[in-house]
Ligand binder design. Structure first.
Ligand SMILES: *[C@@H]1O[C@H](CO)[C@@H](O)[C@H](O)[C@H]1NC(C)=O
Ligand SMILES: *[C@@H]1O[C@H](CO)[C@@H](O)[C@H](O)[C@H]1NC(C)=O
Ligand SMILES: *[C@@H]1O[C@H](CO)[C@@H](O)[C@H](O)[C@H]1NC(C)=O
Ligand SMILES: *[C@@H]1O[C@H](CO)[C@@H](O)[C@H](O)[C@H]1NC(C)=O
Length: 380
């Protein structure tokens, strides 16, 4: 009996699958040369991020983009497996990779899926279109076996892109969404839901440890590895079930409110690099930090990193501190810029913020589908 219990414990701990992620730089310079994207950005700036052609209903996701940095990992699709590099994104719910039939320039710089080489492939002609703040993909729905580490999702719906805008030269082939099924633009069961349904993972939970360095970041599926955080996990209920979105009490600096004065919501988003907020409030924060706009970024003297006060996000009564060393970054030319970015909506008088990788590098994050909550703890 005791022996059986022990076996059970071993099995449980073995159920956590750890996927190594790599931090990659997304060069904006390359992107800016693409007039297609520039026109596109002008057209779509400050609009909602994801537009579904399926039911032509706009989802209320603030403008998201994959610029600056991204965390990528490997998955395979098909039998025998074809490997792709994807961004693991808690802000969206669909998986897509380029089809070998894609004729956009972006597809020539990426790995493309050759469906005739896969014996488990199932074709459909159902179209999809996903619009991001930084680009757009169009293609068709398909089904195949998908592997993440040693986890296998069979007959998994995913998108094969035939046209891509804004993804040229980006260091990943596609995107793997880890948000709730409600946000699926393909209208298909997301991979995490399918893995759970097919019994590949026992606990409907996953977690991200995002490192400052190129290597060392991890996506955990099916459980949480305590080695990646310090202290305890603070659980925060979702503000709405069906989206990785939480309530924030307020945002302050030196004890003064600088945002979210009446409470607000934030998307917890591994697919966003920076911290996004409503333009008016972010402009005020840039003023308090003392930044100067130059192109799309707001710069500050690098020496001020040691002087600037921390910015505190109070969530569920707990202070999450963001020191200047975290919210000011150095770019490739050695300039220091603010990682606060405007562009989100104030929806029904309620501010929406996006807590991206800047925040998630400091705070280890757990996504609990079973209890519809997010856990945050100091990253180890
Ligand atoms: C993905 O696979 C490639 C080649 O197979 C390997 O070089 C790379 O390190 C892998 N990336 C990650 C993040 O594991
Ligand atoms: C990161 O890991 C990859 C693959 O394991 C290795 O080739 C590369 O040198 C590492 N990079 C750094 C900066 O440590
Ligand atoms: C979203 O999906 C969850 C289950 O995954 C469900 O409980 C919730 O009601 C859905 N929300 C909306 C707005 O459809
Ligand atoms: C949290 O931060 C606020 C604003 O800076 C401060 O007034 C409060 O004392 C802090 N609370 C804790 C528990 O540290």
């Amino acid at each position: 009996m005791k022996w059986l219990v022990l076996l059970g414990l071993v099995a449980l701990s073995e159920c956590i699958v750890e996927i190594p992620l790599m931090k990659v730089n997304v060069m904006q310079e390359t992107l800016n040369e693409k007039s297609l994207l520039n026109n596109f950005l002008k057209e779509y700036a400050y609009r909602l991020a994801q537009i579904s052609t399926r039911n032509s209903k706009m989802t209320s996701v603030p403008m998201r983009n994959f610029l600056d940095t991204a965390y990528v990992g490997n998955i395979t699709i098909g039998t025998p497996p074809q490997q792709f590099r994807v961004v693991f994104d808690t802000g969206s719910s669909d998986l897509w990779v380029p089809s070998n039939f894609c004729t956009s320039p972006a597809c020539y710089s990426h790995i493309t899926f050759k469906y005739w080489e896969s014996s488990t492939y199932r074709h459909t002609t159902k179209p999809f279109e996903i619009t991001y703040g930084s680009g757009r993909v169009k293609g068709h729905l398909a089904y195949d076996t998908i592997r993440i580490g040693n986890l296998v999702s069979t007959d998994q719906p995913f998108g094969l892109s035939l046209e891509e805008y804004g993804f040229n030269g980006l260091p990943f082939d596609g995107v793997l969404g880890l948000n709730y099924p409600n946000n699926s633009i393909l209208g298909a069961i997301p991979i995490f839901d399918n893995l759970k349904k097919q019994g590949a993972i026992s606990e409907p939970i996953f977690a991200f440890y995002l490192s400052n360095t190129v290597n060392g970041s991890v996506l955990m599926l099916g459980g949480v590895d305590k080695a990646y955080y310090k202290g305890q996990l603070n659980w925060i209920p979702l503000s709405r079930v069906g989206d990785w979105r939480i309530n924030i009490d307020h945002i302050s600096m030196k004890g003064k409110l600088i945002g979210c004065s009446g409470g607000c919501e934030a998307l917890v988003d591994t697919g966003t690099s920076l911290i996004n907020g409503p333009t008016r409030l972010v402009t005020n924060i840039q003023r308090l930090i003392g930044t100067t706009p130059l192109g799309p970024k707001h710069y500050v003297s690098c020496s001020s990193i040691n002087i600037l006060p921390s910015i505190i996000f109070t969530i569920n009564g707990i202070n999450y501190t963001l020191p200047a060393q975290a919210y000011i970054l150095k770019d490739a030319q050695g300039g220091c810029f603010s990682t606060f970015k405007g562009g989100t909506e104030i929806f029904k008088h309620r501010e929406t913020w996006v807590l991206g990788d800047i925040f998630l590098r400091l705070y280890f994050s757990v996504y609990d589908r079973g209890n519809n909550r997010i856990g945050l703890a100091q990253a180890a």
